[in-house]
Ligand binder design. Structure first.
Ligand code: ADP
Ligand code: MG
Ligand code: MG
Length: 887
């Protein structure tokens, strides 16, 4: 019942290959591949992910046939090794290693030296004539088995070891002799009995079964579950278990264990493998920081033959995988063994360099490099300052690496204070237990964000990623003392204003100013990758820009026009506010028009600037969108002013006059109130003025440069075709009036934003009046899901993500099933009546790689995103095209 008859649940290493990751996990598939390549890999077998799933589904019972299959493979291993598990004279020892399809911290740790017991340890000692080694291996096994399989606290073993070292005056474990280790073993076994109520298991096959069960069950532990959720890994994959003959790096001075990268993973430089190793050590000693490691180069002096073979092997692995590898190796008495290889993690700098070098080395085509070696999300890091890892001091604390890049600043604990200091030009890091939407202004003002609680889906993380700001979250070592305006972090006390550095790429926090590497805007490797992407992609990439400065910056990043220029800021700056207020409060049409006439020159100048910056490229300008009361003082504030004035008998006629009008304009739910095209229908003069200003600016720039700007006027929040018909007529009339007056001819398009489900569902009708559609996927997400973004993010959305109600933040990655479907329906309907209609998307989804992929699949003409994400979108669009061709 638990397994299908005839399904193979165990594979010998020489039966698998690197294409079998689904079944064998990443580690198992790669160990099999290395075996296939004839590399020196200790023999063993892999129990499949399917066996794991079967075990868990059956309520933690081995699937039918699994024990027998394990017996068979174990017998084969024993035969090959010429040793038997549990043989008291010459025992076969194995490691039990977990390995899922995707590398996953949080899974069970590896158990080494399994098979030892009180008798076979003596056999091993005799056989190797190395008593110290045998005892050292056994005590490691008791500790690992106790910790990993039986759940005895690791710290208890470590404390016993540290006590012994101190008592014997030993500088490191390697200085403990056989007698010391015998004492230690006795202590360890006592700790084991205390912790479990049982004696340490002596039967090797029972040890093995217990370890296999523990690996299976670790798939469901909390850490593993959380990691999968954060990284979008499905929960039903299961983990494989690798059982492998032990080789020993702890037999003496001609033995060692280590890890290495085939090229530099920080810079990407080729031909310089680097890594760390320890002589006379085992397994995780290297990464555990127990002793100071030596760097790979020194291995050449210590064990030259093994070194040469390792370097040669690494080169072969690179040629096989056609990617930088991260390997684990052990040397036993001068002989090299390979224990693991995988594609190595790398910095953004290294990523782009390696992608180019692999092409130059003839290992990949440009398209293959683009598709497989470039993570567009990481590209953005190239534009952010990064921690200079090589020269960084020691971190005081570590948390979740929530948003990449590094930042330096003085600590502040309140959003208002962050804003105050920020406005004085100070660099600050906002430190909070956790953030809420009320902290937004402080987050904007800060260089980076640091929180004591929360992970990658916390409000702080989500907002920081959206803003492209470094953030470290969930640093448990922080405690903020509100009363004192101070914090302690990792035992250090910091007052407001004290400088810290946060590294959102690694999650580390440093006291003081750590060295940063400034981004190189003209990274030549990135330049080449962008060329490949531009050659491949079908989607155009525009930018969202409201000012000439942003437009110019985005153009520098390769933007091919503006997909969304919002005009509301043009109503807010300096002396304009007062004119706008006068316009809104005008008693009659004449007074209103007079105010609008005064506003128009400002708008004209703004538009001229943008047209100049985007000369030769299309510019989509959205007419006024937010409700007008946003330009008036808030009702609460004004009511207070009036109340205070009345109570204190100090008349405030201005406030008194304003109050009834503000009350009248107040809306219960402004997001769904008088905004977008509803505003244009209520107040056509506002849209007419904007259209006239656009037309005038276009004439001016044409007269100046001889080139007419490519103008697209966009009417927001349309639900009914009739709204667009009416407003299009107003806009065209206003434009034509200007063109007649100026005696100029300028082509311009009039279109709409699709951001309401009704507009999407009636897109054929709407399209009759539109030259283009731009999907406003932010509002379309809000109106399709009925989520208010500000209320969702950091509140219930966090819970939704944690509980897997939805797979991703729909404001970051488009909800394909709902919002995406509306986009597809609307595109089909519109193209059905107007085949040539231009279709694009604006809103931050335009810079999110999976959403860009969606836009490509949906056949849109362009995406538009913030300037800093233009390069990300270009690469994502190129990858989508390459992937579709299956190149
Ligand atoms: P992780 O996924 O945590 O890296 P591994 O399964 O790779 O865990 O094991 C960690 C380390 O244990 C390896 O790098 C290696 O040093 C050691 N190890 C595992 N299996 C063996 C073995 N059969 N012989 C010797 N050392 C081993
Ligand atoms: Mg580990
Ligand atoms: Mg490993």
């Amino acid at each position: 019942m638990t397994s299908v008859v005839g399904v193979k649940l165990v594979y010998d290493f020489d039966e698998g290959s690197r294409d079998m990751r689904d079944l064998l996990g990443g580690k198992g598939a790669n160990v099999a591949e290395m075996t296939r390549l004839g590399l020196p890999v200790p023999r063993g077998f892999t129990i499949t992910t399917e066996a794991c799933i079967g075990y868990l589904r059956a309520g933690n019972r081995f699937p039918d046939g699994l024990p027998e299959e394990i017996d068979g493979h174990l017998a084969r291993l024993e035969e090959q090794a010429g040793k038997r598990l549990g043989d008291p004279e010459d025992p076969l020892l194995v490691s039990v290693r977990s390995g899922a399809k995707f590398s996953m911290p949080g899974m069970m740790d590896t158990v080494l030296n399994l098979g030892l017991n009180d008798r076979s340890v003596e056999g091993l000692a005799k056989r190797t004539a190395n008593e110290r080694f045998a005892l050292d291996s056994y005590r490691r096994f008791v500790q690992m088995f106790g910790d990993v399989v039986a759940g005895v606290e690791k710290a208890r073993f470590e404390a016993a070891l540290a006590d012994l070292r101190a008592a014997r005056g030993a500088a490191s474990d390697a200085d403990l002799g056989p007698d010391d280790l015998r004492d230690l073993l006795a202590t360890y076994k006592r700790i084991y009995r205390d912790g479990t109520g049982e004696d340490f298991p002596q039967e090797p096959r029972a040890q093995l079964d217990a370890a296999i069960r523990a690996v299976f069950e670790s798939w469901e532990n909390r850490r593993a579950y959380d990691y999968r959720r954060l990284n979008g890994i499905p929960h039903d994959l299961g983990t494989a278990v690798n059982v492998q003959q032990m080789v020993f790096g702890n037999t003496g001075p001609r033995s060692a264990t280590g890890v290495a990268f085939t090229r530099n993973n920080a810079t990407g430089e080729a031909g310089k493998p680097f890594g760390d190793f320890l002589v006379n050590a085992q397994g995780e000693d290297v990464v555990a920081g127990i002793r100071n490691t030596q760097s790979l180069g020194e291995l050449r002096d210590v064990l030259p033959d093994a070194y040469d073979q390792l370097v040669e092997t690494m080169a072969l692995l690179e040629r096989t995988y056609r990617d930088m590898q991260d390997v684990e190796f052990t040397i036993e008495d001068g002989r090299l063994y390979m224990l693991q290889t995988r594609n190595g993690k790398r910095s953004a700098q290294a990523m782009v360099r390696i992608a180019c070098d692999m092409v130059d080395e003839g290992l990949r085509t440009e398209e293959e490099s683009l598709r497989d070696l470039v993570d567009p999300a990481q590209v953005r890091q190239l534009l952010l300052p990064q921690l200079d890892v090589a020269n960084a001091p020691e971190a005081v604390a570590e948390g979740v690496n929530a948003s990449p890049g590094a930042a330096v600043g003085g600590v502040v604990f309140e959003a208002d204070e962050a804003e105050r200091r920020g406005s004085l030009g100070e660099r600050v890091i906002l430190v909070r237990d956790e953030t809420t939407p009320d902290d937004l202004h402080g987050m904007i003002a800060a260089q980076g964000i640091l929180t004591a609680r929360g992970g990658k889906t916390s409000h702080a993380a989500i907002v920081a990623v959206g803003m492209g700001k470094p953030a470290v979250c969930g640093v448990g070592a922080i405690s903020i003392d509100d009363a004192d305006g101070a914090m302690t972090i990792g035992g250090r006390r910091l007052a407001e204003g004290d400088t810290i550095t946060i590294d959102g790429t690694s999650g580390k926090v440093f006291v003081g100013e750590a060295p940063l590497l400034e981004p190189d805007p003209d990274n030549p490797y990135l330049g080449r990758i962008l060329e490949w992407a531009d050659r491949a992609r079908r989607l155009r990439v525009r930018t969202n820009a409201d000012t000439p400065e942003e437009a110019a910056q985005a153009r520098g990043f390769g933007a091919e026009g503006i997909g969304l220029c919002r005009t509301e800021h043009m109503f807010r700056e300096g002396e304009r506010t007062e004119i706008v207020q006068r316009m809104i409060l005008a008693a009659d049409d004449d007074a209103r028009r007079e105010a609008l006439d005064r506003l128009r020159p400002f708008q004209e100048r703004d538009f001229e600037g943008i047209f100049r910056a985007m000369a030769g490229l299309p510019v989509t300008i959205r007419l006024l969108d937010p409700p007008l009361h946003e330009f008036l003082p808030s009702l609460v504030e004004l009511s207070e002013r009036v109340a205070v004035a009345r109570a204190t008998g100090t008349p405030d006629p201005e406030a008194e006059a304003l109050l009834p009008r503000v009350q009248q304009m107040h809306e219960v739910n402004p997001m769904l109130g008088t905004r977008g095209c509803r505003l244009g229908i209520e107040w056509p003069d506002v849209y007419r003025m904007q259209a006239a200003a656009i037309a005038s600016a276009a004439c001016t720039v044409k007269e100046e440069t001889g080139d007419a700007p490519l103008v697209e006027i966009m009417i927001p929040l349309v639900a009914f075709a009739e709204e667009l018909r009416l407003l299009r007529a107003e806009v065209v009339d206003a434009c034509e009036t200007v063109l007649r007056e100026r005696g100029e001819r300028i082509e311009y398009a009039v279109g709409t934003m699709i951001e309401l489900p009704r507009a999407a569902l009636t897109a054929d009708e709407v399209a009759a009046h539109a030259d283009f559609f731009s999907f406003g996927t932010n509002d379309l997400t809000q109106t399709t899901l009925g989520f208010s973004r500000d209320d969702a993010e950091g509140k219930f959305l966090t819970r939704y993500l944690q509980r897997n109600v939805i797979p991703a933040n729909p404001f970051e990655t488009i909800d394909r099933g709902g919002v995406g479907k509306l986009v597809e329906v609307a595109s089909d309907l519109a193209r059905g009546v107007k085949p040539g209609i231009k279709l694009g998307i604006c809103g931050e989804h335009g810079g999110d790689p999976p959403s860009v992929r969606f836009c490509h699949d949906a056949g849109l003409d362009y995406v538009s995103c913030s300037p800093y994400r233009v390069q990300v979108a270009r690469i994502a669009a190129g990858q989508a095209a390459v992937d579709e061709r299956g190149g």
